[in-house]
Design a binder for this molecule. Structure first.
Ligand code: BES
Ligand code: MN
Ligand code: ZN
Length: 493
């Protein structure tokens, strides 16, 4: 999929369809109707019918005939002008592109001009994201790709001469963000038979080479030398060895302390000996979405050449039951010497993250942000719309909140009051790996807090990472959440 920018008009732009946004409120609708019907007389019957009212995401398709270089004209409603935000633009671009795809178009041109005070670079970025992300399919294992024959593969942004530079820049940023989100979705959606720890590591090395970040893979021997008892404990039941992946993008000032990202990389979570019910277990192929998010983010940062120091860590293993698996009652010793009693082998994410959080210490980070499909409790609390945010660093939480506003990857904070600590106290070890059903997202984060010695934020993406159905520009399954959020936060740091 590709995006380009041209100087032109709705009449001259050449694609299978030209997409035009129309605002709903009377004044804007009337002037759009006037200019559209004078540019393209073939739109007269459409407007005369009154069918198209320009409510948000409404689409109407007409044929431009001799008036347009593109055979089809697709109008997309924006709702009232004053309500237009980058998110509304992403959704409208997605709606228009989906309508084009459904009509058999493989290329679209989309008008990109400032709207409601939103500058043309931001508009172009939003159009690129919404349009391209709406065309994502995970169909690599479908031998008959009926649907993808109708997919839009080429997006052209159409603007005027004064906005060309800004639109080109915004589209370029959007394209690299889409690349990172797509990578994260592909990794999260890949089944365990394809993406397991060693193949995940191989994939990261390939991506790093292509995008331009450095990758180091620590194998089982190194993990043993480092005494990562959490990662080794969870891995004990698995035939496939664990890996610990380190990615480095050090493009900031030499003396700038790095931001460290950590992603949970459980390539499949059966629950282990505390095995999960069969129904819906296949979703647990995406239990490495935290890893996918940080890998996608590193791809985008490298492609954009963001001048910051960012390191990403991925502890990765399967969680399998077997004769050699860890069992409830076991006590694991982490890299920093702390111990945890295993109450439930299905609370495995926090165990591998604990070692990664210890490892992060060596980079003297300015802050650490971990992303993990950590708890079902977070899904119960916030559903699949909002990521659970917990942590010790107000500044980073505020930065994430600002980035969430801009990207619509919502975050909501849950508290880490000391009173919850007793739920994870153990009679035999320093702490216990499960705090029971109540406040499960919080007790999981409190477990992690025992391993941090720097400003820290934890993002529980169990709900937002794995979607039960498609959204405006997100597919069912792995959503790629986190890439747009983190990239936006780092770019605005
Ligand atoms: N990977 C799961 C959490 C999860 C659940 C992610 C649903 C996405 C969708 C995690 O490892 C897990 O099993 N957590 C347990 C913890 C419990 C045993 C304390 C949970 O949430 O039930
Ligand atoms: Mn689990
Ligand atoms: Zn898990």
């Amino acid at each position: 999929m590709s995006v380009t920018t041209v100087v032109g008009t709705r009449r001259t732009a050449k694609a299978d369809a030209i997409i035009v946004f129309v605002a709903q409120d009377e004044k804007h609708f009337a002037s759009a109707q006037k200019s559209l019907t004078s540019d393209i007389p073939h739109l007269l019957p459409l407007f005369a019918s009154g069918d198209f009212t320009a409510k948000a995401n409404q689409t109407a398709l007409a044929y431009g005939g001799s008036a347009t270089a593109s055979p089809r004209v697709i109008l997309v409603g924006m709702g009232p002008m004053a309500s237009i935000t980058p998110e509304k633009i992403r959704r409208a671009a997605a709606a228009g592109t989906k309508r084009a795809g459904a009509s058999g178009c493989s290329s679209v041109a989309i008008e990109a001009m400032p709207m409601n005070g939103i500058d043309s670079a931001t508009v172009a970025q939003a159009i690129t994201e919404g349009s391209m992300l709406s065309q994502y399919r995970y169909d690599k294992y479908k031998t008959i790709k009926s649907e993808s024959n109708g997919l839009v593969k080429k997006v052209t942004l159409v603007t005027d001469r004064p906005h060309l530079k800004a639109v080109t820049k915004g589209a370029g940023i959007g394209e690299h963000i889409v690349g990172g989100v797509t990578l994260a979705r592909d990794l999260a959606n890949a089944p365990n038979c394809e993406i397991y720890p060693e193949t995940l590591a191989k994939k990261v090395q390939e991506v790093g080479k292509k995008a331009g970040f450095k990758t180091t893979v620590l194998d089982k021997k190194k993990i043993e030398d480092l005494k990562m008892g959490g990662l080794l404990g969870v891995n004990a039941g698995s035939v496939r060895p664990p890996v610990f992946i380190v990615m480095e993008h050090l493009k900031g000032p030499k003396n700038e302390k790095p931001l460290v990202l950590v992603g949970k990389g459980i390539t499949f979570d059966t629950g282990g000996i505390s095995i999960k019910p069969a129904a819906g277990m296949s979703d647990m192929k995406s239990d490495m979405h935290g890893a996918a998010s940080v890998i996608g983010t590193m791809y985008t940062l490298a492609k954009l050449g963001v001048k910051r120091n960012v390191i990403a860590l991925v502890p990765s293993t399967e969680n399998m039951p077997s004769g050699t698996a860890y069992v409830p009652g076991d006590i694991l010793t982490f890299m920093n010497g702390k111990t945890a009693e295993i109450d439930n082998t299905d609370a495995e994410g926090r165990l591998i993250l604990a070692d990664a959080l210890c490892y992060a210490d060596r980079f003297k980070p300015s802050a650490v942000i971990d992303l993990a499909t950590l708890t079902g409790a977070c899904v119960v609390a916030l559903g699949t719309v909002t990521t659970g945010m917990m942590g010790t660093d107000e500044k980073t939480k505020n930065r994430l909140r600002a980035a969430a506003d801009r990207t619509n990857e919502y975050v909501c904070e849950l508290p880490l009051y000391d009173e919850y600590e007793e739920q994870i106290s153990s009679d035999y070890a320093d702490i216990k790996n499960s705090g029971g059903r109540n406040a499960g997202a919080i007790t999981a984060a409190l477990f992690l807090k025992h391993f941090v010695s720097y400003p820290w934020v934890h993002l529980d993406i169990a709900g937002t990472g794995i979607q039960p159905k498609a959204g405006h520009y997100t597919p069912k399954g792995g959503s790629g959440v986190g890439v747009r959020l983190l990239t936006d936060m780092i770019r605005h740091w």
